[in-house]
Design a protein around this ligand. Sequence first.
Ligand code: FPP
Length: 250
Amino acid sequence: MSFSSATAAVDLDPDKLPRHVAIIMDGNGRWAKKRVLNRIRGHEKGTETVRMAVRTCRKQNIPYLTLYAFSTENWQRPRQEVAALMALLKKFLLKEKAEMMAQDIRLSCIGQIENLPDDVRATIHDVCAATGNNRHMTLNLALSYGSRAEITRAVQQIAQQVRAGSLDPDRITENIISNCLYTQSMPDPDILIRTSGEMRISNFLLWQIAYAEIFVTKTLWPDFSEVEFLEILKAYQTRERRFGRVGGQV
Ligand code: FPP
């Protein structure tokens, strides 16, 4: 991750920055297909965009970035593609660890991490431990992640507390539920971006995006640029977030 690239010329209001950006990185396969390349080349190119997204958030002082890197459904892809994605993830983490330390970025991972291959898990464990005290920004990777599975897990935890007698069902609040999700220590995303034009949420952060501003771009993830990212942040700053209230109340 290099911080030397020129910042694109988009003026952002530092008082209206999102605290948390979540991204569904879609379109790697189509990017490769358009160039008659193997899908894996698309994921490789997409990894460069991951670097850009982290760098941009760090430069703009956005404290949380969550990237949907691998869903529970992605296990059903051809074995070769799954293996390539796992290898890319490991390579990315090993390569970025020093930069994450230098730039005060903490790694966090959400999802069924226990289902990842041993070597990937060990690398995640190592980078999470090394960067655990970094405070400037959190890079949160959703891996083997599915929102319904996350919510199911939360319901199980709450049911166990009720069965044990430590929680009265009448006292279950939204906060208690939020605190049982993988994202418990993070603010909810202010922005959800999806690349490649599909109008779907794809089982991503269903609870957490209740009030997120949604941006869908037709750009395929490998082509998603810093300029476009900054334009989305600029557009976010012009949106009126009412959280269910009327304009003047907010
Ligand atoms: C969706 O594109 C993308 C993925 C399933 C994987 C995303 C992975 C990366 C960007 C690279 C590795 C990740 C990190 C964090 C280093 P798709 O394959 O579904 O594209 P398509 O819809 O065009 O086929």
